[in-house]
Ligand binder design. Structure first.
Ligand code: CP
Ligand code: NVA
Length: 309
């Protein structure tokens, strides 16, 4: 088999709806095999380098365990234990690392950093979270929605909270996959359509009141009030976000069978009430597990195209 053309996964908008349909189908198959203890090792002898400039639990475990299951290996680098933390230029790091591995995942600060890395990489680069985007998470979230409710097309997702990397990625996804996002953020923390780079405002609507955003929603989702890298704003954010807590009242405004999702880690009593995240509508544990299955499908697609076997 020939290697597919070099592709990166830096934003949700890097794939088409048709490619997502394929990746979701593969994720379902890969998950099924995993549950049946059936080997699926199309990436034997391939190596994934993972670069973390911010903390992680799920992203690290899901990529690392996932790559081993696919038959490959991983190299784990952090800013503190590599030359990345000693100001080696990102372009030089990209040239060197990508000559030795088959795939690179990066979690960092500015999106421009991962773009610079990708521009000098010989191998596919995956965004494992930047200040602007978290495409692997939304990939898993939509896969989880499909598992529980079928196609997300035409559905409504309510975003309650910060106009952050998760919110930006939901906006991109809504335009590509044809669903609606109802966004409610405190003032000063709005989403910025230009960051998501979406062409029109057709797929999302902004609401002052989180209750209005949740009305009739098929999925209610939120995230921490203070993302990694914004810790200095913690106090101001606590005050500004006090009304943006997903509680049972907000869930009652949504569809009776609405799902609740949170990318985790969560803060019970802040952005979500314990009764909601630990309640019957919450699918957060499936969502976390699905990071692994969805990313296995993603890695397979980037390295083998549609020849995963
Ligand atoms: N949701 C998520 O990306 O979790 P980690 O920060 O633990 O990787
Ligand atoms: N918005 C959060 C997500 C963590 C997985 C952050 O960027 O810290």
């Amino acid at each position: 088999t020939t290697a597919p053309a070099l592709r990166h996964y830096l934003q949700f908008s890097d794939f088409t709806a048709d490619e997502y349909a394929y990746v979701f189908e593969r994720a379902a198959l890969i998950k099924k095999k995993f549950k049946a203890y059936e080997k699926h090792q199309p990436l034997t002898d391939r190596t994934l380098a993972m670069i973390f400039e911010k903390a992680s639990t799920r992203t690290r475990v899901s990529f690392e365990a996932g790559m081993y299951q696919l038959g490959g290996s991983v190299v784990h680098l952090t800013t503190g234990d590599s030359q990345l933390g000693r100001a080696e230029p990102i372009e030089d790091s990209a040239k060197v690392i990508s000559r030795m591995v088959d795939l690179v995942m990066i979690r960092t600060f500015e999106q421009t950093k991962i773009e610079a890395f990708a521009a000098h990489s010989r191998v596919p680069v995956i965004n494992g979270l930047t200040n602007e985007f978290h495409p692997c998470q939304i990939l898993a979230d939509i896969f989880t929605f499909i598992e529980h409710r079928g196609s997300i097309k035409g559905k409504t997702v309510a975003w309650v909270g910060d106009g952050n990397n998760m919110a930006n990625t939901w906006l991109q996804a809504s335009e590509i996959l044809g669903f609606k996002v109802h966004v409610s953020t405190p003032s000063g923390y709005e989403v910025d359509q230009s960051i998501a780079g979406i062409r029109s405002a057709d797929s999302y609507q902004v609401f002052k009141d989180p209750m209005e955003a949740c009305r009739g929603a098929d999925l209610v989702t939120t995230d921490v009030w203070t993302s990694m890298g914004y810790e200095a704003e913690n106090e101001a954010r606590r005050a500004a976000f006090a009304e943006w807590c997903v509680d049972e009242e907000l869930m009652r405004a949504a569809q009776p069978d609405a799902l609740f999702m949170h990318c985790l880690p969560a803060h019970r009593g802040e952005e979500v009430q314990a009764e909601v995240i630990d309640g019957p509508q919450s699918v957060v544990w499936d969502e976390a597990e699905n990071r692994m299955h969805a990313q296995k499908a993603l890695m397979e697609f980037l390295l083998l195209g549609r020849q995963g076997g």
